[in-house]
Design a protein around this ligand. Structure first.
Ligand SMILES: [Zn+2]
Length: 360
């Protein structure tokens, strides 16, 4: 049986171990020990992702990530009734430790009751938050699962990610000409001025129902009284429509070349990179049906929702693993107001327990 007290304690223990992206050694060690105690053969790949396996055919992957965003150090979880929250100075770390706690409790309960019926591969990635780096560097030759349940969604476990966008990031570096601002400004060419003009010609915010565009960082100059030589712009855009992403990419390129022509004496270098690709849930996939059926036996109706973000599933799908992303009981992720609803966390553990008991 899923034990509420044990689950809440396990979750609180996990969030008390600091694990900002890139600093996951301690949590990895802790989780490896836990999974070994549960009878898994625990290893890792060169990137430091945890790969825990059990003998047998047709394994099911359960996945979550072990890194958290900032401010995420010295987290002090507080249990108030059915809610777990932080003390208000940090995030809670429910993203994604609620997912990890649910997996551990579900497996432990299933083993206790001698009801485990399907071998599991538990993959806990690191470095997810900066751009799914763990999943991108995961050693897929060590993975046998063809299907996965990824615990990294917002809200109750029956909140299913129906669609996730393609995400493209870009960085622009403008080099102008320096000059003394008061003595001979006409000799200079301000990189900051060019940057502001360029930004004003790019789209911003929500462009349509499925598309957003954001400039998140600008920097430039060195001192108040010099015409600035350098400026940098970083941004991203995402859309559930691949064509829109391509069009925005073209628009970005043509805007930059227009400015390069307008300001011949400056140089504008830029770089774009697709961080992850969109996917739409395949309701005919076996794993999707299996999760939906299991949710129904728990009295939960699947609630399919679009997501503006990506998860490890975006990457795993491109490696041929059928994925479904479920809610992990946390809300207001990436803020100091983040909270976990304990009954939802119990349901997430029950989903794990039930999935490990059926073999279809
Ligand atoms: Zn997450």
């Amino acid at each position: 049986m899923i034990k509420r007290k044990r689950l809440v304690k396990s979750f609180c223990d996990l969030v008390k171990i600091d694990s900002p992206s890139g600093q996951e050694d301690k949590i990895a060690e802790y989780l490896s020990e836990k999974l070994t105690q549960l009878g898994f053969e625990v290893g890792s790949d060169d990137y430091g992702n945890i790969i825990a396996k059990e003998e047998g055919n047709n394994p099911l992957m359960l996945s979550a990530h072990m890194d958290t965003v900032e401010p995420g150090r010295n987290i002090n979880p507080k249990v108030e009734g059915d809610i777990i929250k932080s003390d208000g100075t940090t995030i809670l770390g429910g993203d994604c430790k609620a997912g990890i706690a649910a997996i551990l409790e579900g497996v432990e309960s299933s083993i206790e009751n001698n009801q485990k019926n399907r071998p599991l591969e538990i993959i806990i990635t690191r470095d997810e938050e900066p751009g799914l780096l763990g999943a991108k560097n995961l050693d897929y030759s060590k993975i046998n699962s063809e299907e996965a349940v990824v615990f990294d969604g917002n809200g109750p476990v029956n909140t299913i990610t129906g669609i996730s966008p393609t995400y493209m990031k870009f960085d622009i570096e403008i080099t102008g000409i320096g000059a003394h601002a008061g003595v001979e400004p006409e000799k200079g060419l301000s990189a900051i001025k060019i940057a502001t003009e360029l930004i004003s010609e790019l789209p911003q915010g929500r462009l349509d129902e499925e598309t957003t565009f954001n400039i998140g960082l600008i920097s430039g100059g060195t001192v108040r009284n010099a015409v600035p030589v350098n400026s940098q712009i970083s941004g991203e855009f995402r859309s559930q429509n691949t064509e829109t992403v391509e069009l925005l990419n073209l628009q970005l390129k043509s805007t930059i070349s227009k400015f390069q022509e307008r300001y011949e004496k400056c140089s504008i270098e830029y770089d774009t990179e697709t961080m992850f690709k969109m996917y739409r849930i395949d309701e005919k996939a076996k794993i999707v049906k299996s999760v939906f059926d299991t949710l129904k036996t728990l009295g939960l109706e699947p609630d399919i929702k679009p997501s503006g973000g990506g998860t490890d599933a975006n990457v795993m799908l491109s490696h041929g693993i059928d994925c479904i992303v479920v809610g992990m009981a946390t809300n207001e992720m990436h803020t100091v107001d983040e909270y976990v609803v304990i009954p939802d966390l119990i349901n997430a553990a029950k989903l794990t327990e039930n999935l490990s008991q059926k073999n279809d």
